[in-house]
Design a protein around this ligand. Sequence first.
Ligand code: KG4
Ligand code: ZN
Length: 354
Amino acid sequence: MTESIMELTTNLEKKEVYILGIESSCDETSAAVLCNRKVLSNVIANQKVHAAFGGVVPELASRAHQKNIIPVVDYALKEAGVHKHQLHAVAFTGGPGLIGSLMVGTSFAKAFALALNIPIISVNHMQAHVLAHFAYRKKESKNEPEFPFLCLTVSGGHTQLIRVDNAYQMKLLGATNDDAAGEAFDKIAKLMGLPYPGGPLIDKYAAEGNPLAFKFPVPKTEGFDFSFSGLKTSVLYFLQKKKEENKNFVEENLKDLCASVQHTIITTLMNKIHHAVDETGINQIALAGGVSANKGLRKSLTDAGVAHGWKTFIPPFEFCTDNAAMIAVAGYFKFLKGEFATQMHAPFARFTGF
Ligand code: KG4
Ligand code: ZN
């Protein structure tokens, strides 16, 4: 049965619920204020400190969160025009993520909510990426999937194909056996001498390159699972060989290399989407996670939607990469069910299910 999110929450949505969302799972410190599912503010402080190291340094991330969290929350409340005493709850990322980073957000949420005497809500980061589809800035810009739908969540830490039955029930159909899609973008970018995070740069250069210039293998994996470490290794050996012949090979072929790598990653992802549509009969497909900002992936999904009669959903850019609006909207759904956490709550590093 197809049930729209509006039917699910119509009565409760008549009440205005203000939720502060906090995201601190990796290297973005973010705070958002939502009135029900409407985003009033969504402030994201990126941590530039990691670029010099070619990847996120957990200890530096925790320290940066500690420095950023109060100003970011303060800014989010001001931008939303909401006073802290108007808040009904604080939702925070409980995991998965870097444990030190999660502890900063969790501890802040506990202390802030305790001082205001309001409940706290622990949110699963991966569930929040999916539910980002139900946050909106303006009612007119809403474009929401109906249940059930398939969601491909592609980020720096995870690659998951999910069957979403409603806001509370999600089933993991497949995941990566090794590197995540975003990790593959970032590691291959590093092999080409690009700074971290390399995903957006590959996307940028790929736009002007030939996706068929170089051929890399598309992995063959079981069912709905993915694998990206073989691609990384094959690019590594390919570049080593080519650089022996011409030390400027990467610089001279950067656009074609980026386009070819991106094409291989997108083909791998799209093959599994096709397979999932065939197996489940569900033809509403959503993208989520940082890699859903990729222009090539967005176009491939949209084109496939037109060609096969699928309904496709891609969140606005600000809700793709890690952000607190998605945490607050996931928190709102839990608020409606009264699913609150206690002050004993401890964050978790690993994804263990929905
Ligand atoms: O969801 P996210 O912000 O954080 C995690 O939870 O991991 O995803 C970050 C990942 C990084 O690997 C980054 O390189 C990738 O998303 N990314 C992109 C693009 N924008 C961000 N990858 C490819 N193309 C992009 N435009
Ligand atoms: Zn994420």
